[in-house]
Design a protein around this ligand. Structure first.
Ligand code: NAP
Length: 309
């Protein structure tokens, strides 16, 4: 693709900041769309657009003149102002309509690994519905479905580092959701991917014609159980293991239903933690070769400021 203007939605978010930085480094002119301009990082040569995904005409104006759209907007926790349906399905539908109206041909869509018809969590079901809108559009689309994303500025990464340093409840141990009555059984698996690799894959997908019409699972080089990931964070920040305890799913759901203030998870997140979130990365490595995926320890060490980029 010729180096031209790209519209990035969700540009002020964790992934968005890395995607924008990568595009700028490769000579793209970036229009960065979000609702809160105060979150924009100084030093970027981007054109800021203040808009809400609900505002169809603002989206069309933002898309005018762009060669491509990277649509990253999404939420992990619903708020009274915005549920999964609005943030994933309606926002995608509005973006696709705006792309068509503005005559933008290329469209990259951020989904999530685990999105499927009849998924157990509302997050994954709404991501799937949004994917289906993309697939039936007339645009030249690519869908990217990451597992857990680790790296500097990530809300979950920060939580993980704070637990491992004893700076967040429950301070003296690190929790994960486990099966059985006491949470000691069947820890599920995850395959975390470094945020810089996610940004690089978006760039490669943008520049690879054969990626049009494809859906890629994005996952890192290691399949790990949740307790293994927690211990990795402890090793990175403390240089030694920390006590890791399984919280039973039934208790997690009960606590979430009580909506205790400050609880760092929702019922939906407990449901998602009950399933493995892993994938075969062969299509990714083949279509975007050569691709070196960052080891999770390095992603955590970069986030903890213990190694330089
Ligand atoms: N982080 C992960 O581990 C992970 C894993 C798999 C998939 N994903 C997906 O990756 C995407 C980005 O995730 P993230 O971790 O970067 O999330 P994030 O840090 O919460 O960023 C979300 C972005 O969306 C914007 N946004 C939300 N609602 C909006 C609305 N109504 N109108 C305009 N902008 C809106 C936010 O900006 P303002 O609030 O400032 O407007 C922010 O820029 C999401 O689609 C998420 O589902 C993330």
């Amino acid at each position: 693709m010729e180096k031209r203007q790209v519209l990035v939605t969700g540009a002020t978010g964790f992934v968005g900041r890395h995607v924008v930085e990568t595009l700028c480094q490769h000579g793209y002119q970036v229009r960065s769309l979000a609702r809160r301009p105060q979150k924009w990082t100084a030093g970027w040569s981007v054109e800021p657009i203040v808009a809400d995904m609900r505002d169809g005409s603002a989206l069309t104006a933002a898309a005018e003149g762009c060669a491509a759209i990277i649509h990253l907007v999404g939420i992990i926790r619903p708020t009274p102002a915005q549920g999964f349906e609005q943030a994933h399905v309606t926002a995608t539908s509005n973006m696709l309509l705006a792309a068509a109206r503005a005559g933008v041909g290329r469209y990259l869509h951020m989904s999530a690994l685990g999105a499927k018809a009849g998924a157990k969590s509302e997050y994954h079901r709404s991501k799937w519905q949004a994917e289906q809108l993309v697939r039936t559009s007339a645009l030249r689309w690519t869908i990217l479905q990451p597992s857990l994303i680790l790296g500097p500025g990530g809300a979950f990464t920060n939580q993980l580092l704070a637990w491992s340093r004893g700076q967040a409840l429950p301070y003296f141990f690190m929790p994960y959701f486990g099966g059985g009555w006491w949470g000691q059984k069947a820890a599920t698996k995850v395959q975390p991917i470094y945020v810089g690799d996610v940004a690089e894959i978006f760039l490669r997908a943008l520049e690879t014609d054969s990626a049009c019409g494809q859906t890629y699972a994005l996952a890192g080089p290691k399949v790990m159980t949740w307790p293994e990931l927690l211990q990795l964070a402890a090793a990175v920040t403390r240089g030694r293991p920390k006590l890791v305890l399984g919280v039973p799913f039934w208790l997690g759901k009960l606590l979430a239903q009580l909506r205790l203030p400050g609880l760092p998870f929702t019922e939906n997140e407990v449901t998602m933690a009950g399933e493995d979130n892993i994938a075969d990365t062969t299509p990714l490595r083949t279509d975007f070769a050569p691709l070196t995926l960052t080891e999770p320890w390095r992603g955590l060490a970069l986030a903890a400021g213990q190694v330089a980029k």
